[in-house]
Write a protein that binds this ligand. Structure first.
Ligand SMILES: [Zn+2]
Length: 267
């Protein structure tokens, strides 16, 4: 029995007992409707169900024993991926509370089934994928969950990563960052010195809208330094000017960033 703590357990009649073959990850769906689909999923005539549903306010309902029995959400994909329905329509983005709810589910799956904390656009790779990518073999729903919700999987995975990795395990050292910025900018494109800390820093700068996703690679070259410079100059970063905003992290500006992005700044 794999029931997620924090989810409302509402078992339904539509499921395939012991049908799960692999724990590859989860598939994001859009309900294209509002209110709990429980009644529909608990009706034999509908021939449909999902593992989870997340309301716009962040309520999580679970309908089948995830990881053991499979729900009827994505045809040929059912034995390999769990399914997450999200309230609303394809022309509405996920709410912040929905992103949080889906992230909680995914983080739980990461711990329970080793779902990797990555976005994939695939019917075979392990990670967080989406319904439409499966084409007719997955029931032919190309517009699920739609162009607004599909890219929100990046935010879901970023948050699931935070949930799976407490701040107390994420230490980022000023000395390491400064050394890495110097070594990586002097080295070849993509040179990496302190990858884990570099990724935490770049991910935070990305979420502050100061760095494009393309440059979140653990290599602290000139793009990362420019982004950090922008952080130092910003009000949230301390509104530093001149030499105090040279792009090399100091403990004060890094502590401000850490407080907003779930890591701990150390000298
Ligand atoms: Zn779907």
């Amino acid at each position: 029995m794999s029931r997620m703590p924090g989810a409302v357990w509402r078992p339904v009649v539509n499921f395939h007992p012991s049908g799960v073959r692999e724990h590859r990850g989860a598939v994001l769906h859009v309900q294209d409707g509002n209110n709990s689909p429980y009644g529909w999923f608990n009706n034999h005539a509908s021939q449909s169900s999902s593992d989870f549903w997340v309301s716009k306010t962040g309520v999580i309902e679970q309908y089948v024993n995830t990881g053991v029995d499979y729900a009827w959400a994505q045809a040929a994909g059912n034995p390999y991926y769990a399914s997450i329905e999200t309230e609303g329509h394809p022309d509405e983005p996920l709410t912040a509370a929905q992103i949080e709810g889906v992230a909680k589910i995914y983080s739980w799956g990461h711990t329970e089934f080793s779902w990797p904390l990555i976005v994939v656009d695939s019917t075979t790779k392990h990670g967080l994928t989406y319904h439409g990518v499966g084409g007719s073999a997955w029931g032919g729903h190309p517009g699920c969950p739609g162009d607004l919700r599909k890219p929100q999987r990046a935010a879901i995975i970023a948050r699931a990563t935070e949930l799976a990795t407490p701040a107390s395990n994420r230490h980022v050292s000023v000395a390491h960052l400064v050394a890495a910025m110097k070594a990586d900018s002097a080295g070849a494109q993509g040179h990496v010195t302190y990858k884990t800390e570099g990724l935490i820093l770049e991910d935070a700068l990305y979420r502050e809208d100061l760095l494009t996703r393309y440059w979140v690679d653990g290599s602290l070259g000139s793009k990362a330094r420019d982004a950090y410079k922008a952080w130092q100059r910003s009000k949230a970063g301390g509104a530093y000017t001149g030499d105090d905003a040279d792009g090399y992290p100091g403990i004060k500006s890094l502590t401000r960033l850490a407080a907003r992005h779930n890591f701990i700044a150390i000298p």
